[in-house]
Design a protein around this ligand. Structure first.
Ligand SMILES: Nc1ncnc2c1ncn2[C@@H]1O[C@H](COP(=O)(O)OP(=O)(O)OP(=O)(O)O)[C@@H](O)[C@H]1O
Length: 352
């Protein structure tokens, strides 16, 4: 093995300059993406950003207008769905209602003509992985939503496809069950080493689950990176706004600082030229309350258990800060001073 192959991750999926037009609508605009073996990558983005289209082109439910889809090194751009070695888990489970859990999970193996003893072993292992051994003989109607979703996942795991696609799989579950299933999916992913592409429009879910997040906007990739990179190093204002909570303070550069409605604010790092339009992005935890170079009126406080979100009107500008037990009294309607360390915030150029 050469030194490079030891460090270069194996690529399971390669999407090159993939585009899809529906009439005049550009659903996907020449997207390039590589998914590594064993990673859990989420496709995240607002409604209409192109997530479903990309997913459908990867699994073969739609034909691209241009570009290629390469799976395990083979060009599969025009291959039919059932020839792509891809497992799909949908939000609505799509289980066979007249079959038991065991029959549902074993169905694909039976179709492939595997010997019964091999099917039984593989199905038992898949059910154990998703924690449903005890429910093997039940019908889907006798299972909760979370359990049905586990069966749908077991149905893919059982034949070990190159890639498992999950299209908003937790969308139909209530908040608590969603959290439980997120932790379960993380465990199953770690234990099986499966390559998973997971579609969601919930940024919290993407941050919690992903090895990497592919954030889409208007049919393009706005940024691709680890959850930490997306949160701490957003490359543009769309990413900063979509991932996590932030105050976005717009203005125009003047002599190395940003002229804003809050006054002239320092910019650390970058030295953009005078007249550049941009914004300072401040995460709630970077804001110190009680002292600082700005002042505003507390409009609302939102209790969140371990901390509290504080929404401040500073003239036209909305500021979202975080208060903890250590922060002094914060009362709605009161004036509060606040500020931040210049190197704890980011300056991003406004590209719109
Ligand atoms: N079959 C279709 N015919 C026409 N336009 C379509 C079709 N499918 C998608 N589009 C358009 O393509 C764009 C991308 O849609 P897509 O469904 O991929 O977005 P999405 O990010 O998955 O959204 P959502 O989260 O709402 O499912 C949208 O403007 C959508 O209206």
């Amino acid at each position: 093995m050469s030194a490079t192959s030891a460090t270069t991750p194996e690529i399971k999926l390669q999407v090159q300059s993939l585009a899809k037009l529906y009439g005049q609508t550009i659903a996907l605009d020449h997207v390039d993406l590589e998914v590594r073996k064993g990673e859990l990558l989420t496709l995240l983005g607002p409604s209409g950003s192109g997530k479903t289209t990309l997913l459908q082109l990867i699994c073969g439910l739609q034909e691209p207008s241009s570009g290629t889809v390469v799976i395990d090194g083979k060009d599969q751009t025009h291959a039919p769905v059932n020839k792509r070695d891809i497992g799909v888990v949908f939000q609505n489970y799509a289980l066979f209602p007249h079959m038991t859990v065991v029959e549902n999970v074993g169905f694909a193996l039976k179709m492939r003509g595997l010997p019964k003893v091999e099917i039984d072993t593989k199905v038992a292992k898949a059910l154990e992985t998703v924690g449903l051994t005890h429910a093997a003989g039940r019908a889907p109607s006798q299972l909760s939503g979370g359990q049905q979703q586990r069966v749908a996942l077991a149905r893919c795991l059982v034949y070990d496809p190159a890639i498992i696609l999950m299209d908003e799989p937790l969308g139909a579950l209530d908040a608590k069950l969603r959290e439980v299933m997120q932790i379960e999916i993380k465990r199953i992913h770690r234990e099986t080493g499966a390559t998973i592409i997971f579609v969601t429009h919930d940024q919290q879910e993407a941050l919690a689950l992903s090895d990497r997040i592919c954030l889409m906007n208007n049919g393009k990739i706005a940024q691709l990176g680890t959850p930490r990179q997306m949160y701490e190093e957003p490359q543009n204002l769309f990413v900063a706004d979509f991932i996590g909570v932030s105050s976005i303070i717009r203005g125009t550069v003047k002599d190395g600082a940003l002229q804003t409605t809050l006054g002239l604010l320092p910019i650390s790092g970058a030295r953009p030229s005078n007249g550049t339009n941009g914004a300072i992005v401040v995460r709630p935890e970077a804001i110190s309350l009680g002292e600082g170079f700005c002042e505003g009126r507390v409009r609302e406080t939102v209790y969140g258990g371990s901390d509290m979100r504080v929404i401040i009107d500073a003239g036209e500008q909305e500021i979202i800060a975080r208060a903890t037990a250590a922060t002094g009294d914060i009362e709605v309607g009161k004036t509060v001073r606040f500020g931040w360390a210049p190197d704890a915030v980011r300056f991003l150029i406004d590209k719109d």
